[in-house]
Design a protein around this ligand. Structure first.
Ligand code: GTP
Ligand code: MG
Length: 193
């Protein structure tokens, strides 16, 4: 899919700031530094639409990016950044849960995990939380450029064995670094918008 004019719309810290139109919202969820903001940039082929950083904890608010008035990509803060104070970590957790509970227009959750490692305990908690919301979800095994291309498929399967042994959720590899596997992700997104 070719988005002509991807635009930042609003940073929200509370539900009353969420967009009030009824465009579908596709939301990025995942631990801090896993590559959510980069994922948005890669999908729409822009370098700096969503702000990224090698320092975890870059995204602190809920950022809504308007995709040609067709749908939103929603960038959430990441969880599990150990250098954040406990208080801030709780605040971020509340933000995420409040958004997932109160936004009426979530069409799809894109859940990012790191292809190189087993899911963290926070990843497992978040996955179970998402599962209980009954919202559609796709799991992305990100940073696929960091492992040998011959190991990508097996690594994705291993992650699915851990999180989703019933195999009723789509798991896909991704890499913002190499900009590969984007077409399959777009194919999934297009089913929900
Ligand atoms: P928070 O906003 O802290 O939750 O982080 P985030 O999940 O938005 O991560 P962000 O996109 O800011 O990326 C974090 C770091 O990982 C940056 O240094 C990115 O360049 C890097 N990164 C993101 N995606 C990839 C990828 O696919 N491969 C590699 N090698 N690095 C990546
Ligand atoms: Mg971010």
């Amino acid at each position: 899919m070719n988005i002509k004019d991807p635009r930042f719309q609003i940073s929200a810290v509370s539900p009353k700031q969420y967009p009030t139109d009824n465009l579908p919202q596709i939301v990025l969820v995942g631990k801090s530094n896993v590559g959510k903001s980069s994922f948005i940039n890669t999908l729409v082929n822009r370098k700096k639409l969503a702000r990224t950083s090698s320092e975890p904890g870059k995204t602190r608010q809920i950022n809504f990016y308007n995709m040609d008035n067709l749908f939103y990509l929603v960038d959430l803060p990441g969880y599990g950044y150990s250098k954040m104070s406990k208080q801030e970590q709780v605040k971020v957790g509340n933000f995420i849960e409040e958004y997932l509970e109160k936004s009426k227009n979530i069409a799809l959750i894109i859940f990012l995990i790191d292809i190189r490692h087993d899911p963290t305990s926070n990843d497992k908690l978040m996955y179970n939380y998402i599962f209980k919301t009954n919202l559609p979800c796709v799991v992305i095994a990100n940073k696929a450029d960091k492992i040998a291309i011959t190991k990508v498929e097996q690594s994705v399967q291993d992650l699915q064995d851990i999180l989703n042994p019933l195999k009723d959720i789509v798991f896909l590899p991704f890499s913002s670094e190499r900009k590969i596997y984007t077409q399959k992700v777009w194919d999934e997104i297009e089913k929900y918008i």
